[in-house]
Each structure stands twice: as C-alpha cells, then as structure tokens.
Design a protein around this ligand. Structure first.
Ligand code: COA
Length: 260
C-alpha cells in the first residue's frame, strides 16, 4: 500500500494541503506528486472550496526538491512520466482559477521552490530558504522554474540563483519580490490562514477573472491583455455576485458571495 504523503483538511471554504514526508524533507517523489495531482483534481475543484493553502509538514522543509534518489535511476519512460506529472501539478495549481497560497515553512529548494512559484501568493517563515540548486547536480530546473522565476523576479536575479545554485534567505526572497511576506515561524499558519479566510469570503468568479487576466495576459501584448481584461470584466456584469457586491456596498452591509 502507498503511504499517505498529502494530508488535506477543509474548513470555511479553505482547503489546507500539507505535504508530509518529513524524513526526506518532504521531497517530491512520484507518490507525493500523484497524491497532489489527485487532490487538485478532486477536493480542490469542489465548488465550496474558494482558496487553498499549501504547506510542508514539520519545521525544517516546505519541500526540499524532487526526490534525487528516485530521479537518478529513471529510464526515458519514467523520466517523461515524472516530468509530465510534476509539470501537471504545477500548472494545475497555477490554473486552478482559485487563489493558492504557499505557506513556506523551511527549505523551498528545486521542485519545492518551483511549487511555491506555481502558487499565487507566497508567505514565508523567516527560517525559509529558497533556491534552485539543480545545477549542482548537473541538472537544471524542470518543473517550470526557469520560466516562472524569471518572470517573477527578472532575468538577472533568477539567472544568478539558477547558475550558482546558491539558496537565498526569506528576507532576501522578499527583497527580490519572490515572497509577499515574511513572518515568525509560529505565525506562518495563522497569517496564511487569515489571508485565506479573507480570500474565501471574496467573490469567486471575480477572483477567477483576476487570476486569468494576470496569468494569461502576462504572455500576450499589452493590447491583447487589455482585450482579455475587457472581456472578463464585462462578463462579471452578468453575475449574481456583482449584483450582491454592489447592493451590499450601497446597503452598507457585508456581501455574501455565492459564486454565481
Ligand atoms: N531528494 C531526496 N532526498 C532528500 C532530498 C531530495 N531532494 N532532500 C533531502 N533529502 C533527504 C536526505 O537524503 C536525508 O535522507 P537520509 O536521512 O535518509 O539520509 C534527509 O532527507 C534529511 O536531509 P539531510 O541532507 O540529512 O539534511 P541536512 O539538514 O543536512 O540538509 C538540505 C538539508 C536541504 C540542505 C539537503 O538535504 C539538500 O541539499 N537537499 C537537496 C536539495 C536539492 O538539491 N534539491 C533539488 C533536487 S532536484
């Protein structure tokens, strides 16, 4: 029987996902990736889930990368399988259409850094370290790191990280714009949870539109991006949530968004 490496819990519209393979610093082997994939295809897509928080179990690691012992001996077919699975997990997170927060509690190296990059908002403990150390193994990032990191923090800083393989501190990651916020380790889950609760109360279709406009628009010309924004913005006028949000404002009460 396969061990359970991904624990989940849903509360008030927030799905908490914990990667729990502590003896290997939560490294992403085939089983971890498969279980993440399955969670993203099932629980994460439930209509009542409006926001996700992904973290690593324990105090040492968010995720210390792809499982080096496992990938070392892969044949061509195995390699193709794990590349597709890993990238499938990253793009499912990025394109879920709901905000995903990475609560980074320790090492976020290699695939762990790439997992954090696929999330939409990153909150880090001040003990976290970020790096793409693949070059030290004679490898390079393979779960989207070359693309997502350089788009987020620019070519110069991302190339330095990838070419040296040297990790950076949480504070440095904040200076680079890689993380949104750095907190004390004991506050990580409460700060992330509070933000998740705010997002879970926000209008789901509007959030989906914002994610699509920013993520899909980033790879187009400004004119095409503006056209995309226009289309998504206009579409929101047909939603009950827009009626509710504007009515609640005018009636001076809190809106209750239903995602319709
Ligand atoms: N893949 C497989 N196993 C890993 C791993 C990974 N990416 N990262 C850590 N582990 C395992 C170690 O092999 C060790 O297992 P063991 O106890 O059976 O020997 C265990 O996790 C604890 O790690 P260890 O190296 O002893 O801890 P440390 O505190 O000395 O160092 C790190 C922590 C994160 C600096 C170090 O583990 C490391 O460099 N990991 C690899 C990071 C990496 O290169 N990631 C990209 C992979 S493509």
């Amino acid at each position: 029987m396969t061990d359970t490496f991904v624990r989940t819990g849903a509360e008030n519209g927030v799905l908490n996902i914990t990667i729990d393979r502590q003896e290997k610093l939560n490294a992403l082997n085939f089983d971890v990736l498969s279980q993440l994939h399955s969670t993203l295809e099932t629980e994460a897509r439930q209509q009542e889930i409006r926001c996700l928080v992904i973290t690593g179990a324990g105090t040492r690691a968010f995720v210390a990368g792809a499982d080096i012992a496992e990938i070392r001996d892969l044949d061509d077919e195995g390699l193709r399988k794990i590349i597709d699975l890993g990238n499938g997990v990253m793009s499912r997170i990025e394109n879920l259409g709901k905000p995903v927060i990475a609560a980074i509690n320790g090492y976020a190296l290699g695939g762990g850094c790439e997992l954090a990059l696929a999330c939409h908002i990153r909150i880090a403990s001040n003990t976290a370290q970020f790096g793409l150390p693949e070059v030290r193994l004679g490898l390079m990032p393979g779960y989207g790191g070359t693309q997502r990191l350089s788009r987020l923090i620019g070519h110069g800083k991302s190339l330095e990280m990838m070419l040296t393989g040297k990790p950076i501190s949480a504070e440095q990651a904040k200076d680079y714009g890689l993380v949104n916020k750095v907190v004390e380790p004991e506050d990580l889950l409460s700060v992330s949870g509070k933000l998740a609760a705010t997002l879970a109360g926000s209008a789901p279709i509007a959030m989906k539109g914002i994610l699509a406009a920013v993520l899909d628009g980033a790879d187009t010309s400004l004119a095409d991006g503006l056209e995309l924004e226009n289309k998504l913005f206009s579409g929101l006028f047909k939603t009950a949530d827009m009626r509710e949000g504007t009515a609640a404002f005018l009636e001076k009460r809190k809106p209750r968004f239903k995602g319709s």
